[in-house]
Design a protein around this ligand. Structure first.
Ligand SMILES: Nc1ncnc2c1ncn2[C@@H]1O[C@H](COP(=O)(O)OP(=O)(O)OP(=O)(O)O)[C@@H](O)[C@H]1O
Length: 560
C-alpha cells in the first residue's frame, strides 16, 4: 500500500478531488463504438486492464476511487502532481485493447478476451502458443483473475476439440520464487527445478508433467497447485504471493490420417511488483526475493518489447528464469491458418490488474506505465483513424486525442502544419501538452465555470519536490537562453515566423509546461533545428497578457 505525502494530501482534499473527477467527466472525448471485438485481431500482444473494486480495507482507510472506466477501451486515472502553484490534481487517460471495470465478472473477462475463440484457434495450429499474464501490484486481483480464467479454460478445453480428433492434454505448474524454482505438482511436493537455456530452447530439469483425460482431473490438479502456493505464502506470514506461478498446458490434437498439431497455453500469475521504497522495509530474505522479482519483470518487459518489433529482433529470453519459461511467448514467426491467411505463432495477453484506491495510486500509475507501451495496436488505431467528431472544435481542447490535436494543427494552423509530426511525435502528445490549457482558458473556451483544480500548496509535498523544482528552473533558464538566441538569429535574417518555444531538445517534459507558462509566459515548442520557426519575444508578450488559449487564437489570426 502506498502511503506518501501525495496520498495524504489527496485524502485530505477529498471533496476537491471528487469535484475534479466529476468536472473531468464533462471533458471526456466521445466514446468509441464498442470495439472489444478487435481484441480477437492478430496483434501479437494485447493489453487488457482490469480494475478491482474498492475492498473493505480501502473503505477502512477512508480511501476512495480515482479510476473511471469510460468504455471498453478507455480509462481515466486522477492523481496528484506537483506544479509551480503547489499541489495540483491531474487526470491521465489510457487506451487499452480492452478495459474491464470493477463490476466486470470473471465471465465478462473471459468472454471479453474472446478466449473460447482464441483457444479453439490455438488448438488447430501446430507450434502455436498463447500466454496470458496477470501483472500488477500486490493485492490487485492477479490471483483472483488467473484462478477464474484457469477454471473456465479447464471447463471448456475438452469441448473445443473436433469430434474426429484425438486430444491429449498435459499439465505442469511451475513456481519461480526469487532465484529458485519449484514444481507445484511434484510428489513429494515442491521439488526444486533447474531451468537452463539449451540451444534454442529452455530446459526444465525435474519438472513433472501430468497427462489428464477430463476436465475434473484438470481442475483438481490446477486447484492443488494453487493451494500449495497459497499455503506457502500464508506459512511465511505473507499477505501477498511472492512468486510467479506458471500453469502450462500442452495440447496435442491428432486427426485420423493427418499429422499431430501441438500447441501450448500458459496462464501466468506474476508476483506482485513492488516499489523500491516498499522493498526497503522488508527483511533481508524478502528484499532479495523482491529484487529478483523486479529483475524478472524488467527482463519480461525487454522480451515483450522485442516481440513487438516489426523486424526479427534479438529476444533476450536467456537472461532470466521467467523469460526462459515463457520463451515460446516471444517467438516471432507466422503461421498459415486453415483459412489461408497468416497469423502469429505466439500471442500474449497481458492483463494489468489495478486498484482504483487513492492509497494505491502510485502503483496503479506504475502498472499502467509498464503495460501501455505494449499496446501498439490501439495507438496506431487511434492515430490512423481521425473520427468525424475530431474535427469539431467546440469542446474542451484539454481532452483532445493525439489524432485530433494533429488534425487541428494541420487544418487550422497553416504555419505549423508542416511541423505537426515533430510537435506531436508520440501518441501521448496532444495539444494540451503543447499549449497548457488552464482552468480560465477552459472557461473562456466553453463558457462553463472553471473547475477548481488548484489546491493550496502543501509544505510536505513542496518539500519533497524541491530538488525537482530547482532542476526544472535550470532547464527553463537554458530554454529561455536558447530561445533568445534563436530569436536574435531569425531577426538578423529578417525572417520572423509564427513560432513557439519548445521543450523537446531542452529535455523538459511537455506536461511540465504549465509551469513554464505561469512563470514567465514562456510557452511552447522549440523547433531546435529551424531558426525561422519561432518568435519568442512576441509569443512571450502575448502570453503575458492573456490566457494560453486566447493567445493561441490571437497568434493564429495574426499569422493568417
Ligand atoms: N474483481 C474483483 N472482484 C472482487 N474482489 C476482488 C477482485 N479482484 C480482487 N479481489 C479481491 O482482492 C483481494 C486481492 O486479490 P488477489 O489475491 O487476487 O490479488 P493479487 O494481485 O494476486 O495479490 P498478490 O500479488 O499479493 O498475490 C482478494 O481478497 C480478492 O478476492
Amino acid at each position: 500500500m502506498a502511503s506518501s505525502a501525495n496520498v495524504m494530501y489527496i485524502l485530505e482534499h477529498r471533496e476537491i478531488v471528487q469535484a475534479h473527477i466529476q468536472n473531468h467527466k464533462l471533458t471526456w472525448p466521445p466514446s468509441r463504438p464498442d470495439d472489444s471485438g478487435n481484441v480477437a485481431g492478430d496483434a501479437p500482444v494485447k493489453v487488457c486492464i482490469r480494475v478491482r473494486p474498492l475492498l473493505p480495507r480501502d473503505e477502512d482507510a477512508q480511501s476512495f476511487s480515482l479510476v473511471e472506466v469510460q468504455d471498453s477501451q478507455m480509462i481515466h486515472v486522477t492523481h496528484p502532481t506537483i506544479r509551480w502553484a503547489g499541489g495540483r490534481i491531474a487526470t491521465k487517460t489510457y487506451d487499452a485493447d480492452i478495459v474491464f471495470s470493477e463490476i466486470a465478472s470473471s465471465k465478462d473477462v473471459y468472454d471479453g478476451m474472446r478466449l473460447t475463440q482464441e483457444i479453439a484457434q490455438l488448438m488447430h495450429q501446430d507450434g502455436s502458443e498463447l500466454s496470458i499474464l496477470a501483472y500488477g501490484q500486490t493485492g490487485t486481483g492477479k490471483t483472483f483473475t488467473t484462478t477464474s480464467l484457469e477454471e473456465q479454460i479447464a471447463s471448456e478445453i475438452f469441448d473445443l476439440t473436433s469430434p474426429d480428433c484425438q486430444l491429449s492434454i498435459r499439465l505442469s505448474i511451475l513456481e519461480i520464487r526469487g532465484s529458485a524454482s519449484y514444481d507445484l505438482l511434484s510428489e513429494p511436493a515442491l521439488q526444486p527445478i533447474t531451468i537452463f537455456a539449451g540451444s534454442g530452447s529452455a530446459q526444465f530439469q525435474g519438472l513433472s508433467v501430468h497427462e489428464v483425460s477430463d476436465k475434473e482431473a484438470l481442475l483438481r490438479l490446477i486447484k492443488m497447485g494453487r493451494e500449495l502456493r497459497l499455503t506457502r505464502s500464508t506459512s511465511k506470514n505473507d499477505t501477498s504471493s511472492r512468486s510467479h506461478s506458471i500453469v502450462s498446458i500442452k495440447i496435442s490434437q491428432t486427426k485420423e490420417g493427418a499429422s499431430e498439431a501441438v500447441s501450448y497455453l500458459n496462464v501466468v500469475d506474476l508476483a506482485g511488483s513492488e516499489r523500491s521504497s516498499i522493498v526497503a522495509s522488508h527483511d533481508a530474505e524478502r528484499v532479495k526475493e523482491s529484487i529478483d522479482t523486479n529483475k524478472s519483470l524488467a527482463a519480461l518487459k525487454d522480451c515483450i518489447r522485442a516481440r513487438l518489433s516489426d523486424k526479427p529482433a534479438f529476444v533476450p529470453w536467456r537472461g532470466n528464469k521467467l523469460t526462459m519459461a515463457l520463451k515460446g511467448a516471444f517467438e516471432n514467426r507466422t503461421k498459415q491458418t486453415r483459412e489461408g491467411h497468416t497469423s502469429p505463432s505466439s500471442k500474449l495477453f497481458i492483463i494489468a490488474c489495478v486498484s482504483p484506491s487513492v492509497i494505491d495510486i502510485e502503483d496503479t500509475l506504475n502498472t499502467l506505465k509498464y503495460v501501455t507501451p505494449f499496446q501498439l495496436s490501439a495507438a496506431s488505431a487511434v492515430d490512423a483513424t481521425v473520427r468525424q467528431s475530431d474535427l469539431q472544435t467546440s469542446d474542451d481542447p484539454r481532452s483532445w486525442s493525439h489524432a485530433r490535436s494533429k488534425t487541428y494543427i494541420t487544418r487550422n494552423m497553416p504555419k505549423l502544419a508542416a511541423l505537426a509530426d515533430r510537435l506531436l511525435p508520440h501518441p501521448s502528445s496532444t495539444i494540451a501538452s503543447l499549449f497548457p490549457l488552464n482552468a480560465q482558458a477552459l472557461e473562456l473556451l466553453t463558457n462553463t465555470p472553471a473547475p477548481s483544480e488548484t489546491v493550496p500548496p502543501d509544505p510536505r509535498v513542496l518539500g519533497a519536490a524541491r530538488p525537482w523544482i530547482s532542476s526544472y528552473h535550470k532547464k527553463l533558464q537554458d530554454l529561455a537562453g536558447k530561445c533568445a538566441a534563436l530569436d536574435a538569429a531569425a531577426a538578423g535574417g529578417g525572417k520572423r515566423a509564427f513560432g513557439v518555444v519548445a521543450t523537446a531538445s531542452a529535455g523538459v517534459r511537455a506536461g511540465s509546461m504549465a509551469g513554464a507558462n505561469s512563470k514567465g509566459g514562456l510557452l511552447a515548442v522549440l523547433n531546435g533545428t529551424d531558426p525561422s520557426a519561432h518568435e519568442t519575444g512576441r509569443v512571450q508578450r502575448i502570453f503575458e497578457d492573456g490566457t494560453p488559449w486566447k493567445a493561441i487564437e490571437r497568434l493564429e489570426s495574426a499569422n493568417r
